[in-house]
Design a protein around this ligand. Structure first.
Ligand code: GLN
Ligand code: ZN
Length: 758
């Protein structure tokens, strides 16, 4: 009999209950007791949903982030909160977000840094390490949840983040080697496992996803040391890896003295048989057979075909689970009452994925006839999707097949283009511009919502949006900016806006996935071949251009960013889907050009996010991603100026690829890091124009002229003045007009002073 289990369940709630409770608590509108009750209710619901499993996870629930929870469990909390008043939860939120609910003024601290959890769009709070850090066990949260689960008669399996991954995820604050802390950390893990054993726990899932990355020998030694130390713990350890292949860590992982390992059979199918061969015969092998990262139904029959011989071989030693925690998918497809029924019949969210797991386990344990109906239904859905004319569009396929190198090439080199563009636009040195969006006021949001719900007629909506465009153009003219934008009032989201106008997309209403804390995203679902029935932005931009003599910058989202921020189809390589998106954006770029728009910005905010976990695979990704950008951007005349924008500051390791995008101008986020990013330009001679951000749009602070001049002078040390632009870090949609106007005024004045002193 194969055992079924789950690695983690979405904690935000099908209706985002956790989000609303968290935010209520932070605003001081909800007492802590009620926040705790919401947590308890969600956990109870989640365990209820997982009741059919042989083992359900405990400890996967979190009020903010599971890595921050681990820091508290290990008694490893930054010293800056140690003397502050309030409860442990207050300190927890202080590290998470800089403040708790009742911190008026003096209790604020700087929040922990946040970064992406492996290659997902989930962000965790980075543990902070120093050489003299200590650890002490604080198991209360975990024990309380264990007791709750037991009351519900759940077969429990506590889930913790392993010591190696915990260290790996953190950052040293004093340049010490964080691996040196392992000796102090392991006793706390031993103690924790001891405490769990005393509670009668049999299995503990210990997550070590760091094992799918390139570790190097010192980390590999540490893995060995850690698990040889924990081997004496009186519980069985299921060491869980996910998100990729073990590769050079495979043998090491198989040989660790643990009772079982979990591997991700979805992202590393080729390793399954190797692990089956390597794994000593007394160990359990848990196979992640249902994709925990996307929203498509599993082909259950195909899965059973490859799984059956392995099940025969492993028998009782086989465990079955989703590939990773279901944190990365929405909760319930059945909540979607307005979704296109055909596409809906191809989808599975977290609850449906657990049903799929159950069907597979039944087929393995009791034979396929025991679930004949379920398997037949599934086969029909899989076949329907495969054959659907909605998915396949021959015209798109022909266009993709016709892609050539030339499609990605500009007519002339940058130096030639730059001259022609200079003659056309006649911009001053240090030209000023913004990144696209202006503040999204309540009125704008309301108008968009009413239009979407049919409460506002097309022409009324148009009038309101045009009034907003007029306002932002007027403001920009008054400020004296050099290249204007229309302000993006009509866009709710930079990906959804385009997805809604492309064929091949659908949108869920409740398909929320936690991004960090209370923040959720609802990725659009890309299910079929992508085409663009109509121009998507031309009328808005044309209208804005009609209001001014200054050059207006058209604003698009690039193919790689659209891809990386969507749930995408799994029936073809991502690169192919990206090519389709690139062709659609290319058509839009050319339509803008035909409409007389001389400057076009194609945002690639998420290009870096798509990087594979293993550096050895970066090149392949960057090659096709950059080529797709080039296809979208480069079908224009020399006189048309292409901009791109990226908002992150780790740039150094991909600078050559970014240069290869060959945008005439790139605007990037730099202000917070004091232009640190420009270090990349010490060793690499970036050839084109660049606008390093001088206004941190994540903060309500207004940068002074002096500060802007200071930043630009630093930029000037690396890049000649004639190739520098002056702009904010990113779009201004989350800010207020009252902040934006003085900030931009300072920016324009700083530019004038810089020009005068040149
Ligand atoms: N053009 C977009 C805006 O200004 C860019 C947003 C982003 O980079 N995330 O809002
Ligand atoms: Zn940005």
């Amino acid at each position: 009999m194969a055992t079924t289990h789950n690695l983690g369940f979405p904690r935000i709630g099908a209706q985002r209950e956790l989000k609303f409770a968290q935010e209520g608590f932070w605003k001081g509108q909800l007492p802590e007791r009620e926040l705790q009750q919401t947590g308890q209710r969600l956990r109870a619901q989640n365990w209820q949903a997982q009741q059919k499993l042989d083992l359900a996870p405990v400890g996967d629930f979190s009020f903010y982030d599971q890595v921050l929870d681990t820091s508290f469990t290990l008694g490893h909390v930054p010293a800056r909160v140690s003397n502050l008043a309030g409860s442990e939860l207050d300190n927890y939120f202080r590290i998470a977000r800089g403040r708790s609910n009742n911190d008026s003024d003096c209790q604020c601290v700087h929040a922990g840094e946040m970064t992406k959890w492996f290659d997902t769009n989930y962000h965790y709070i980075v543990p902070e390490f120093s050489a003299d850090d200590t650890f002490t066990l604080n198991p209360d949260r975990l024990l309380a949840q264990l007791a709750e689960a037991r009351q519900q008669n759940v077969n429990t399996k506590p889930v913790i983040i392993g010591p190696i991954t915990y260290l790996w995820l953190g950052k040293s604050k004093d340049n010490s080697n964080r691996l040196a802390l392992l000796n102090k950390l392991l006793p706390v893990y031993s103690e924790l496992l001891q405490v769990l054993a005393e509670q009668g726990v049999e299995w503990v899932q210990i997550d070590e996803p760091a094992l799918v990355t390139e570790l190097g020998t010192d980390w590999q030694h540490a893995v060995n040391l850690a698990y040889h130390t924990l081997k004496s713990a009186p519980v069985k350890l299921l060491l869980a890896t996910y998100f990729g292949e073990l590769a050079d860590n495979l043998k090491l992982t198989c040989e660790l003295p643990v009772a079982g390992i979990h591997i991700d059979a979805i992202s590393a199918p080729a390793e399954v048989n190797k692990v089956v061969d390597w794994l000593p015969s007394h160990k359990v092998l848990s196979l992640g057979i249902i994709n925990g990262r996307n929203i498509w139904k599993t082909d259950l029959n195909a899965t059973l075909n490859w799984l059956a011989p392995i099940a025969d071989k492993l028998s009782e030693r086989l465990w079955l689970a989703p590939s990773c925690s279901l944190l990365h998918v929405p909760v319930d497809i059945n909540a979607e009452t307005t979704l296109d029924p055909e596409v809906k019949s191809w989808l599975a969210f977290a609850l449906q994925k657990l049903d799929e797991l159950q069907v597979i386990a039944s087929a393995i344990n009791h034979g396929r006839p025991s679930v004949a109906n379920e398997l037949a239904d599934n086969a029909r859905a899989i076949a329907a999707r495969r054959q659907s004319p909605r998915v396949h569009n021959n015209a798109v396929r022909t266009k993709v097949a016709g892609i050539t190198r030339e499609l990605g090439e500009r007519q002339s080199a940058y130096s030639v283009r730059a001259q022609k563009q200079r003659a056309r636009f006649n911009l001053p040195t240090y030209p000023t511009t913004t990144i696209g969006s202006f503040p999204q006021t309540l009125d704008i949001r309301k108008a968009r919502r009413q239009f979407k719900n049919g409460e506002l007629k097309q022409d009324e909506y148009l009038t309101q949006m045009q009034a907003e465009i007029k306002r932002s153009v007027r403001e920009q003219e008054t400020l004296g900016l050099d290249v204007l934008v229309h302000g993006e009032a009509e866009r709710n989201d930079m990906v959804e806006y385009f997805g809604e106008q492309l064929d091949g997309y659908v949108f869920s209403r409740f398909g929320w996935v936690q991004s960090y804390g209370s923040r959720c995203v609802k990725p659009p679902i890309l299910f079929g071949d992508i085409s663009r029935p109509n121009a998507m932005t031309v009328e808005w931009i044309q209208y804005a251009q009609s209001l001014t003599d200054k050059p207006l910058k058209g604003m698009l989202t690039g193919p790689v960013t659209i891809l990386n921020w969507s749930f995408v189809r799994d029936d073809q390589p991502r690169s192919e889907t990206c090519q389709q998106l690139a062709l659609a954006i290319r058509d839009e770029v050319q339509d803008l050009e035909k409409a007389g728009v001389g400057i076009i910005q194609i945002d690639e905010a998420a290009l870096r996010e798509g990087l594979p976990l293993r550096k050895s695979q970066w090149k392949n990704y960057l090659d096709w991603a950059v080529e797709c950008f080039r296809i979208s951007a480069n079908g224009v005349a020399d006189e048309t100026q292409i901009h791109t924008h990226m908002c992150y500051s780790e740039f150094n390791d991909i600078i050559e690829s970014i240069a290869h995008m060959d945008a005439d101008v790139i605007t990037i986020e730099t202000s917070r890091s004091d232009m640190e990013l420009l270090d990349a330009f010490d060793d690499f001679n970036y050839p084109n124009d660049i606008g390093p951000g001088v206004y941190d749009i994540h903060s309500p602070n207004i940068p002074s002229q002096e500060h802007i001049i200071h930043l630009m002078s630093k930029a000037r040390e690396r890049i000649p003045a004639e190739r520098l632009w002056i702009n904010p870090d990113c779009g201004l949609k989350t800010r207020q007009w009252e902040e934006v106007l003085p900030a931009l005024q300072n920016m324009v004045s700083a530019a004038k002073r810089l020009r005068a002193s040149a």
